[in-house]
Ligand binder design. Structure first.
Ligand SMILES: Nc1ncnc2c1ncn2[C@@H]1O[C@H](COP(=O)(O)OP(=O)(O)O)[C@@H](O)[C@H]1O
Ligand SMILES: [Mg+2]
Length: 1025
């Protein structure tokens, strides 16, 4: 947008030069377009005027995509573009139902024709369409290659320079669809047909024909393929141009002619005429003895007559003679060679020029819409720009006059527009200082006083009128005019710069010095009547139409070129004045057709003569910036609390409030009826800067508000979802519960029935129940299995499963036992085995055994009892396995003696507990028995044979009687020899074959006493059950 461009103004200049702060400075102006040009931004506005700098390279912004983008958007919303101008024009035409025109101006090679083509393309692509419209669209587009072939040429400045002015009306119907067109052409540069400067070419069509025509056509036209064979195409010495493909262009021209409905006959005639001109150029004359011109190679004339459909003799005669009337008598006067050459060239130019006019009128016939309904038009003016050469002639005079007129129109229209806008908006108009070039226009065109009329007068005047008398006449008539200077009129300094046969005009765009040479001839554009007659009698349509017989009958002198041009220009001005204009001002960045060069001097000059500074000044005279109240308020309302976010009153009032709040000074702005006008760019920039800052603030606020809003919205959504979900879930749960209950009822019923029939053989009613009973029993068993061998409990089995239960219990016990056994260590196993042995020996036989079961047996000898003295007595091969402290009773006196009992793998040792002396050793094989009572005492007897050496039976008392006896039984393997004596005495051997007796008595205390009969052992009462 334009406003968007404000922010980018430092980077690539301003998109609208009106916003240049220093609008008076040409340098600032130039810098701005230069900066943009370097960035390939070739377009810049001055208000609604488009300034275009020729990029001399293909740029990417002419695609259908871009055409689409520019459609129907606000003019200032997109970067400047020729499409924006086209679109704006098109929309104004449709919306206001008004006629529009787009004026494209600029010097040769600045891109006018390209711009007009882009506009035409845009209008064609973007307007409404249907089959019939497509047809007219293609004709409009196809008119270009034809006109360019016949009207464009390579010049120094432009390989495709238009050598005629062109104004094209495109007609649109009420729907905005193009339905027709009309072309006006101006002043074709006919002199080019017979003469081209070095490095330039004749019109394209000559080369196209020679390059592109097939052999059949060439031979019919009696042409050979090389342009250097023809005088009219070889002067410039540059028939081949790298940027031009004549062959391809010729194909395009032929196709276009067909599309445009030219008949094959007419097409053929066109090529015949082009060929005839080429042949004419090669016609030469010699002088006969009378000094008269004679055609050198008459067969050339034959060819030409053939091609033009006229009579050979007549043509031949007309090229060398002219008919003059003297005293009402017609006479044939022969021409000199010079005159003949002049006549030949005049004929060439006339034929070509009139063919071109015929071409345009025929194009118009093809484009005409005969429908009488109301149409609106968009006019496109692509006309030659201001030209200054080293030597300037009649053509430049006309062209520059044309540009003066256009400048005049431009100033008037823009000023008028500006003025009208202020009036419509009710704002007082402040006059603008600008140079009005009307004075120069008058110098050229004023009746009787102007240069054109002076020239005409000289052309008509009988006598010795010449280019020089024309110069003198001018000096006499307009010599005092401030914009006219000649050598004679100038001071000494000026005289050095102006030749004798020159005059200088001070154009608005600069001073141009014209050479008067050829002015009269060119203005007269004389074609001898005889040649006209020959042409008018042609059998060919085009020639016949181009040289109408009626012209011959007219008595009045034909209008001069100058007058004609003036007339047609004034008509053009009327046409343009009646329309709403838009402008494209083209600038050429350098003379070398280079894409990357910006020649400041050259551009400065163009800026000057295009009147762009003037344009800018007019635009800026009042107010730099203007927008409708709505748009302005909308953009900047956020800058003022009373207008943000909405203003309730009218937009105008809103803008008023806003401007006051922004502290705009009086005189810096005005409020029109529909628009606000701001005088200085800086005011707008400041506002825009403030807006940019505000925008960021707003963005932040909006973001947070939005986030909050979104959060809330999300929460509400979630809450709704939760409500819905829980309702649904409750429903699901209710359904499930109901189904569970239903199932349960069925199950209970089944259960009861099963229970009632459980004792019957398996049947439908009880199957499930029985299975359930089994299942639940097995599950119970599984979950309550005893985990210890000692736990004898087991799940009680139902009647039907008693056997199973018993089997399972057994199985489980086996399993547990196995597990237990596996977990038992060898030591523990040994200990167990001893306990089992003890059980075998003592269980239910000796009192006190049950109590001893819980106490584990000593595993190893009691080390503290083993004295080294004792151990020394034991053989090295023996294993010391058990020891304990005991009391030994003598067999005779029954004296108690403290002893240490040690069991080895082979014998039982009894040591003196105090001094460690060995008292008795009983090898296991000699041990014949072990006796103890069934009572709770702890006395036992080791039976051993008593001979001379051995001491025989030993009576021992041990605290751990069960342990000691069991160990002995185990180690000595004498378990079978252990005797538990039931009757209350034990008999033991004594030395000498005698026997002693031990009696057992139950008493309160444990004691061992001697009696008359032997030993009396008293057991605990406790043990007596
Ligand atoms: N917008 C453009 N993009 C690319 N090349 C361009 C553009 N305008 C002009 N040119 C180049 O410059 C040449 C001259 O342009 P043209 O329109 O014929 O100039 P003019 O009609 O003003 O004499 C073209 O042939 C083309 O090569
Ligand atoms: Mg052009």
């Amino acid at each position: 947008t334009m406003e968007g461009a404000l922010t980018a103004r430092d980077r690539v200049g301003v998109q609208d030069l009106v916003l240049l702060e220093d609008y008076q400075s040409e340098t600032a102006f130039l810098n701005n377009i230069k900066k943009r040009f370097k960035e390939k931004l070739i377009y810049t506005y001055i208000g609604s005027v488009l300034v275009s700098v020729n990029p001399y390279q293909q740029l990417g912004f002419y695609t259908p995509y871009h055409m689409e983008k520019y459609q129907g958007v606000n003019f200032y919303e997109m970067p400047p573009h020729v499409y924006a101008i086209a679109d704006n024009t098109y929309r104004s035409m449709r919306n206001e139902s008004s006629n529009q025109c787009i004026l494209i101006s600029g010097e040769s090679g600045s891109g006018k024709t390209e711009a007009s083509k882009y506009i035409l393309q845009y209008l064609s692509v973007c307007s409404a369409s249907n089959e019939q419209v497509e047809y007219i669209k293609s004709r409009l587009l196809q008119s270009n290659p034809v006109l360019e072939a016949f009207g464009n040429a390579k010049t120094h400045r432009n390989d495709n320079s238009s050598r005629f002015g062109k104004y094209m009306d495109i007609e649109f119907d009420y729907r905005g669809a193009p339905v027709g067109g009309h072309i006006l052409n101006y002043l074709l540069e006919r002199s080019r047909v017979v003469h081209q400067a070095s490095g330039e070419r004749n019109f394209h069509i000559f080369y196209q024909l020679l390059e592109g025509a097939d052999d059949v056509l060439l031979s019919r036209l009696m042409l050979t393929k090389s342009p250097d064979k023809y005088a009219y195409t070889n002067q410039g010495k540059c028939a081949k141009v790298s940027s031009i493909c004549d062959r391809r262009d010729f194909v395009a021209v032929q196709k276009a002619l067909k599309v445009l409905d030219f008949s094959p006959k007419n097409i053929d005639e066109l090529f015949c005429i082009v060929a005839s001109v080429l042949h004419l150029g090669n016609v030469t004359f010699t002088q006969n003895e009378d000094g008269h011109a004679v055609v050198e190679r008459q067969h050339e004339i034959q060819k030409i007559a053939n091609l033009l459909g006229c009579q050979y003799e007549q043509l031949l005669q007309a090229l060398t003679h002219r008919t003059i009337e003297a005293n009402k008598e017609k006479m044939q006067s022969p021409l000199t060679v010079e005159q003949a050459l002049y006549a030949r060239d005049a004929l060439s130019k006339a034929i070509y020029g009139r063919m071109f006019d015929w071409l345009v009128s025929n194009l118009n016939r093809s484009l005409t819409n005969k429908d009488l309904m109301r149409k609106n038009v968009i006019g496109l003016l692509d006309i030659y720009g201001f030209e200054i050469f080293k030597s300037n002639s009649f053509e430049q005079f006309c062209i520059n006059f044309c540009n003066e007129k256009l400048q005049q129109l431009f100033i008037e229209l823009t000023l008028k527009q500006e003025q009208e806008e202020y009036r419509a908006e009710g704002i007082e108009w402040e006059p603008v200082e600008y140079f009005n070039n009307k004075i120069i226009c008058d110098l050229v065109e004023e009746r009787h006083q102007g240069i054109i009329d002076i020239l005409d007068e000289e052309c008509l005047r009988p006598g010795d009128a010449s280019d020089n008398t024309f110069l003198t006449k001018m000096e006499e008539t307009v010599g005092k005019h401030p914009h006219f200077i000649t050598h004679a009129l100038g001071n000494s300094k000026l005289r050095k710069t102006i030749g004798y046969e020159e005059f200088r005009l001070v154009h608005y765009a600069g001073e141009v010095t014209y050479s008067v040479k050829g002015f009269l001839d060119k203005n007269n554009d004389l074609l001898y009547r005889d040649l006209k007659v020959a042409m008018s009698e042609s059998k060919h349509d085009i020639i016949k139409q181009a040289f109408p017989v009626t012209e011959l009958a007219r008595l009045k002198r034909p209008e001069t070129v100058g007058s004609q041009f003036r007339t047609s220009l004034n008509r053009l001005m009327d046409i343009l004045m009646s329309k709403e204009p838009s402008y494209v001002r083209c600038i050429k960045p350098n003379d070398a057709k280079m894409s990357d060069r910006f020649d400041e001097t050259l551009v400065r000059h163009q800026v000057k003569y295009l009147g762009l500074m003037e344009n800018l000044r007019v635009r800026r005279a009042g107010f730099a910036y203007r927008r409708t109240h709505e748009i302005f308020l909308n953009r900047y309302k956020s800058l003022c609390p009373s207008t943000w976010p909405h203003y309730d009153g009218s937009p105008r009032k809103g803008v008023d409030v806003l401007c006051k709040y922004l502290d705009y000074k009086e005189g810096e702005y005005r409020l029109g009826k529909t628009k606000v006008f701001i005088r200085f760019p800086r005011t707008l920039f400041a506002t825009e800067d403030a807006f940019q800052i505000r925008k960021h603030e707003l963005a932040t606020i909006i973001q947070s508000v939005f986030r909050g809003w979104r959060q809330k919205k999300m929460f509400m959504k979630m809450r709704d979802a939760v409500t819905l979900l829980s309702a649904q879930w409750k429903k699901v749960l209710a359904i499930r519960l109901r189904e569970k209950r239903k199932k349960a009822t069925v199950n209970i019923r089944k259960f009861i029935l099963g229970f009632m029939t459980r004792l019957q053989p398996r049947c439908a009613e009880n199957t499930e129940f029985l299975d359930y009973v089994r299942y639940s029993y097995l599950m119970r068993v599984k979950n309550h299995l005893p985990t210890s061998v000692l736990d004898k409990s087991f799940e009680h089995a139902p009647a039907a499963l008693e056997e199973t239960g018993a089997l399972l219990q057994k199985l489980n016990m086996k399993n547990l036992t196995l597990k237990y056994v596996k977990s038992v260590t060898p030591q523990r196993k040994a200990a167990m085995e001893e306990k089992v042995l003890a059980s075998a020996i003592f269980r239910e036989k000796k009192k006190g055994y049950d109590e001893s079961v819980g106490n584990p047996f000593q595993e190893k000898p009691r080390v503290e009892q083993l004295k080294p003295k004792m151990l020394a007595m034991i053989d090295a091969g023996e294993q010391t396995l058990y020891s304990c402290s005991v009391t030994k009773y003598d067999r005779h006196g029954y004296h108690p003696r403290p002893r240490t009992l040690i069991l080895t793998s082979t014998a039982t040792y009894l040591f003196d507990a105090k001094d460690g002396k060995l008292k008795q050793k009983i090898p296991h094989q000699e041990l014949t028995g072990i006796s103890t009572s069934s009572l709770g005492d702890n006395v036992f007897v080791l039976h051993a044979p008593s001979d001379k050496k051995e001491k025989g039976d030993a009576i021992v008392q041990s605290t751990f009687v069960i342990e000691t006896i069991t160990k002995l039984a185990s180690i000595a393997k004498k378990d079978k020899e252990v005797k538990i004596v039931e009757n209350s005495s034990i008999v033991h051997d004594m030395a000498g074959g005698k026997h002693g007796r031990i009696d057992y008595v139950v008493g309160n205390d444990v004691s061992v006493t001697k009696s008359k009969t032997g030993l009396v052992v008293v057991s605990y009462l406790l043990f007596v059950v």
